[in-house]
Design a protein around this ligand. Sequence first.
Ligand code: UDP
Length: 328
Amino acid sequence: MKKVLITGAAGFLGSHLCDKFIKEGFKVIGMDNLITGDLKNIEHLFKLESFEFYHHDVSKFVHVPGDLDYILHFASPASPIDYLKIPIQTLKVGSLGTHNLLGLAKAKGARLLIASTSEVYGDPLVHPQTEEYYGNVNTIGPRGVYDEAKRFQESLTMAYHRFHGLETRIVRIFNTYGPRMRLNDGRVIPAFIGQALRGEDLTVFGDGSQTRSFCYVDDQVEGIYKLLMSDYAEPVNIGNPYEISILDFAKEIIKLTKTDQKIVFKPLPKDDPMQRQPDISKAKSILRWEPKVEREEGMKLTYDYFKSLSKEELQRSEHKDFSDHNRK
Ligand code: UDP
């Protein structure tokens, strides 16, 4: 039985990856420090012999007994609200955490896939974004802690690949959505659906002309799996190129939720990218992958998930208190 370590296992993407690797017959070790992750996302796996969970912060030395075939590094805060609340942890997990996992991969002879992001392109001046684009990032802005940690993570990973001959893979993940997103993480999809379900107005930032391209989680996970199993070490964009403005998206949500909520406009956050759309030519040609789930279908599944949450969960829109973690 092949063994895989998945960091950030209790998070949105991490938990779906745990499901995928269990389904593919792997022994899965999930690791998470639970700052932004939630055990509820993986509690259904605890009864399985093929699943183990380690409560650990990967910014500190990572010890895993026995053999390891693969490592997927998905631990990181991943929403603008989280970066503001835990900026130092965000920098550490992308830099020190990645260094620890590269060291572990080297010691075990394992293949490591790191989760990078479209944020490495910053507020892009090239559209759609190809892997060759170097990006337009404000190093000291509010998103800098995430963007620069991920850029450093990519450099460090390529250095281990080139210098130590380590088998590495880099996925650049574009906006992804689906069940198990955190309702209070501030991201646009849980924000809009939460507002619609609570009967509040939908808050569009700026004039809503900024665009995003949303990928359903099952497509994302399939792309990541194919990349891990490929022999391609350079970064690959995985996302859905179907682009929409945030204002049109808010209107879609009002239609989907059959509410008569109003749209209200709030100031655009600093460094909010104006447009984002992945060029997925590489994923198509190298991995033979492209997204299959249309937004209408994916959004319905996501809405059903949020509707199934209890009233208390829905009302609990305040954010976790991260103040302790900032000092660590
Ligand atoms: N956004 C919005 N209202 C909200 C939350 C987000 O208009 O209540 C906008 C945000 O300004 C951005 C887009 O939606 O332009 C996507 O935001 P998200 O935080 O989901 O992802 P990211 O900016 O990292 O792509």
